[in-house]
Design a protein around this ligand. Structure first.
Ligand code: TRP
Ligand code: SF4
Length: 333
């Protein structure tokens, strides 16, 4: 029996290279070693975007198409949409009953989200009951499949701590060591910065999407920040102060290529425009196959929908088993 991995993403739209390098690549590798459950957390998206649901369906499709294109394989992993597994909502109710209010109030990630909501950007929104329940719902996601490991970024670790606490409390209350204490597997979430040198993010307008075309990518790369002290192409460059372009070379180039770029830059034999043109080509090479697959799925949405339907049915089957056991432990009718 393989150990179980569960992870999800809020469907916020098309994913970028940061998601690929930091999260998806990792998921792809986990697929061979574990029984993996990967889902679009559309209920979690609702905790803050309940008043803006018109893009939710398309965003969910986009996220899942990106996963598939990158090599998340429906033959190996269970790929589903959270809200298509209503058993999770029932488990959420049981877990909500046994979670002390101050456990969720303490959650630092939630505190951060609440802060953002109160700012102008969040239009001074109140924190709703559903958002307070974010970590409990996340615990339900995880405990629904009695996961051993949760691949997440560092910002989610506090949520997993709460999950472990809730699992322990459930086991104590209902008299059986049923739930495992799931452990986080840390993703490397800061592998790549945005084109402007800040954290890569859709809302900062500094990202390259997995689904961008080669032309779009090349154009974006030309805007990447370089060594600011360099004005002419034969000025001697400082690759280590080249804020973005050289960092990207280190991610996407071979050791040999990086060495060549470094030497030519330092000796003033390589202009930044030329350098970034080459870099764009390099990145496009890396993503050529992924983008081809992405396009295939875009042109065949019925295949994606079938994958979601089948995956969600598989997830439900497993969830029902677990829920039957939970109902009997809680002594529901
Ligand atoms: N909160 C996670 C995020 O924003 C998404 C998520 C929801 C999740 N449920 C989960 C991740 C369960 C791992 C396991 O990225
Ligand atoms: Fe950066 Fe390349 Fe310009 Fe050197 S030549 S500063 S590595 S973009």
């Amino acid at each position: 029996m393989k150990q179980i991995v569960v992870s999800g993403m809020r469907p916020t739209g098309k994913l970028h290279l940061g998601h690929y390098l930091g999260v998806i690549q990792n998921w792809v590798q986990l697929q061979d070693k574990y029984d993996c459950y990967f889902f679009a957390a559309d209920w979690h998206a609702l905790t803050t975007k309940y008043d803006k649901t018109e893009d939710l369906r398309q965003n969910t499709l986009d996220v899942i198409m990106d996963w598939l294109a990158c090599g998340i394989d429906p033959e190996k992993s269970v790929i589903y949409v959270q809200s298509l597994v209503p058993e999770i909502a029932e488990l959420n109710i049981y877990l909500g009953m046994i979670t002390p209010q101050n456990w969720v109030e303490r959650d630092p990630t939630l505190k951060d989200m609440a802060k953002i909501l109160k700012t102008k950007e969040g239009q001074g929104q109140q924190i709703n009951y559903g958002l307070m329940g974010y970590p409990v719902l996340m615990s339900a996601d995880i405990m629904m499949f009695n996961a051993d490991f949760i691949p997440v970024g560092i910002d989610q670790v506090a949520h997993i701590e709460i999950t472990r606490d809730i699992a322990r409390r459930f086991n104590n209350l209902y008299g059986e060591e049923f739930f495992k204490e799931s452990k986080p597997l840390l993703n490397n979430c800061s592998l790549i910065c945005g084109l402007d040198g800040n954290k890569m993010g859709k809302s900062f307008n500094n990202d390259i999407k997995i689904s961008d075309t080669a032309e779009e990518t090349s154009k974006k790369i030309m805007t990447a920040i370089t060594d600011r002290s360099r004005l002419r192409k034969d000025d001697l460059g400082h690759p280590d102060e080249c804020e973005v372009a050289f960092k990207y070379w280190k991610i996407f180039g071979s050791e040999e290529e990086v060495q060549t770029v470094r030497t030519e830059c330092e000796q003033g034999q390589r202009g930044c425009a030329q350098c970034k043109r080459q870099l764009g080509e390099k990145i496009n090479e890396t993503f050529a196959q992924i983008r081809e697959r992405r396009k295939y799925y875009e042109e065949h949405p019925e295949i994606v929908e079938k994958i979601i339907e089948d995956g969600s049915a598989r997830a439900r089957e497993k969830a029902r088993e677990v829920l039957t056991k939970i109902r009997s432990l809680v002594k529901m009718y």
